[in-house]
Design a protein around this ligand. Structure first.
Ligand SMILES: [Zn+2]
Length: 597
């Protein structure tokens, strides 16, 4: 048997006891908070069956429960409660067969009176949960409105516009006190207020500065609280371009959880900020500095802000330590995106020999033309990956005349020309890597040094250095910086076996690509320092010392000292070679230091 008695509702009652029956005894009255509800329990003893009736009175507000068919053997002191709804509980013998329970209230409130089926020897008065306060605050850059109450409050939220506001209705709850609206000084909210919307519903309104996304949660970590989470604010993004990288930073209040991933097709870096709302004047920041195309910001999920960095290519990035921004008013999450000096460069890649011209043939039968084509294709792919345009002078096992190779590079307006070969000696002894150039184009020696150094570093093979070879057609006639790489010796069995190995070919391609990278990086630095009015100077180091740190004018004085003259017969074979034609061996006089004459 159970009935609800509202403050404004007339009295209700259970079945009255018949007179003449044995009376029940009231043996106890107590107060407890059960699941956030103030609960008054009257315990009955004796064999008599009591019933009850209840009604509310005003001025002052109080609830009366008459227990009919009961006696109170001793009169207890009033029970002080003061839980926000109940002030105190009194009980007395009202008439010979009626015991009266009076609950003095701090304010009008609904309640429930009943005898639990599982224990009819109790009369239980249950009051609603209480909303005790509201607050808007920001902790570590994360903003929230907090509704505090007793027990786990049920809630329903809605958004209203004009003016923008969030409404949280808390059912089966009573607002304790009558707190005035609280002004808030925050970018998101301007006021928070609570009221008793209906007898058993408390309404909390967060008046917003502008529409925003939010989430509402309760958590066992924060008992009695309903949290309207506005998360961290993502305030925008910025970038800084330097010679080697572009730094992209995202400004936020505090440091929300972030997940950074790289995606391809198209190239982009995605930064997902959880527990965040976008509060940025910009949704797209155009960059276009050759490393980053643009930065895009969007509210991706209810509490997830996605920042996308669009890139024309991808060669690498670093996540920087997170922390306060430069002026300390916001925090920063930044990535450093590596700039490719190869971006928008065209590289002619020339696989030596081909078709009827096999080039050198090793003792296992390996043909130079196959090695050069495979390495060149790998190289071209790597260059493309780094943002360059790679133009192969041949992509199949076909004969291509030497002038045609040069013409292909010229037609493509290539910024560099790299011919890939494998070497051959008169005996099986010579070994190692060398790179040949012709000083007709001044930067060629620098290109050769860079390629030689990077290739040797990558493969770990003997460094034979760079050499001027004005007799080799393609590097003499090329109209752009050019070099001819002799990866290893076909005539040396150890090296031939390496040249067969796809893993080594990949390494060789990587080494050459790194060298081309280093060359263009040096060009970039040189032009940047020229723009800055201060030319950088430094001695050219011989042989393998080429690289971005070596910034002599063109390095043309560098040469290789460790090549014994006369042990190499590499030359440009094939149709159209004007240096001796098919099988020409004029290269065997080209050894040694210094520019050829
Ligand atoms: Zn060759």
């Amino acid at each position: 048997m159970c009935a609800r008695s509202l403050a404004a509702v007339p009295a209700s009652a259970s079945t009255p006891a018949d007179s003449g029956q044995e009376l029940a005894r009231v043996v106890g009255v107590n107060y407890a908070e059960v699941d956030g509800r103030g609960t008054v329990t009257v315990s009955l003893g004796g064999r008599g069956a009591a019933s009850w009736r209840s009604f509310a009175l005003k001025d002052p507000p109080r609830l009366v429960v008459d227990i009919v068919g009961a006696v109170l053997p001793s009169r207890p002191e009033p029970l002080a409660v003061a839980d926000g709804i109940i002030d105190k509980v009194r009980i007395a013998q009202f008439s010979s067969t009626v015991v009266r329970l009076v609950v003095d209230l701090c304010q009008e409130s609904s309640c429930t009176v009943g005898q639990p089926e599982e224990d009819p020897r109790q009369i239980v008065v249950t009051f609603p949960k209480r909303v005790t306060g509201v607050e808007f605050r920001e902790v570590d850059g994360r903003a929230e409105a907090v509704i505090r109450g007793s027990g786990k409050l049920g809630y329903k939220t809605s958004v209203l516009i004009e003016p923008p506001r969030i409404v949280v209705d808390l059912a089966d709850a009573v607002l304790v006190g009558n707190p005035p609206p609280m002004p808030v000084s925050h970018a998101i909210a301007r006021q928070i207020r609570a009221s008793q919307h209906s007898p058993d519903t408390v309404r909390v309104v967060v008046d917003l500065v502008k529409e925003t996304t939010y989430s509402v949660f309760t958590s066992s970590d924060r008992p009695g609280e309903v949290v309207v989470d506005f998360g961290h604010r993502i305030l925008g993004a910025d970038f800084a371009t330097s010679l080697k990288s572009t730094r992209v930073s995202v400004k936020s209040t505090g440091l929300p959880p972030v997940k950074i991933t790289r995606l391809t097709d198209p190239h982009r870096i995605v930064m997902d900020f959880d527990d965040s709302v976008l509060d940025s004047p910009d949704s797209t920041i155009e960059v276009g500095d050759g490393t980053v195309d643009r930065i895009r910001l969007a509210q991706f999920g209810p509490m997830t802000v996605r920042v996308v960095v669009d890139m024309p290519y991808y060669v690498g990035h670093t996540e920087l330590p997170r922390g306060p921004g430069p002026c300390g008013t916001w925090d920063e999450t930044a990535v450093e995106i590596t700039r490719s000096p190869l971006y928008q460069k065209t590289i002619a890649v020339d696989p030596g020999h081909g078709g009827t011209d096999p080039g050198a043939i090793g003792s296992t039968g390996l043909q130079e033309k196959a090695v050069t084509l495979d390495i060149a294709k790998r190289l071209a792919a790597m260059l493309e990956e780094a943002g360059a345009k790679a133009v192969l002078t041949r992509t199949d096992d076909v004969s291509v005349f030497l002038p045609e190779r040069v013409r292909i590079a010229a037609d493509a307006r290539a910024d560099a020309f790299v011919s890939v070969h494998a070497n051959a000696g008169r005996t099986d002894e010579p070994a190692g890597t060398e790179t040949l150039f012709c000083s007709n184009v001044p930067m060629s020696s620098r290109l050769a040094q860079c390629v030689q150094a990077s290739l040797v570093k990558e493969t770990g093979r003997l460094d034979r250095g760079t050499r001027e070879r004005p007799d080799l057609y393609v590097i003499r006639e090329a109209t752009m910086p050019s070099c001819l790489v002799e990866v290893l010796f076909m005539s040396n069995l150890t090296e031939e076996l390496l040249l067969i190995d796809p893993a080594f070919r990949e390494k060789a391609a990587r080494g050459i690509a790194n060298g081309i990278w280093a060359y263009f990086e040096w060009r970039l630095e040189a032009s940047a320092s020229a723009d800055g009015g201060g030319a950088r100077a430094g001695p050219a180091k011989a042989g393998n010392a080429a690289g971005p740190g070596n910034d002599s004018a063109d390095g043309s004085g560098a040469s290789c000292a460790d090549t014994a003259p006369g042990d190499v017969i590499e030359a440009q074979h094939g149709p159209g070679a004007d240096t001796g034609g098919e099988g020409g061996t004029e290269g065997d006089t080209g050894g040694g230091n210094g520019p050829g004459t």
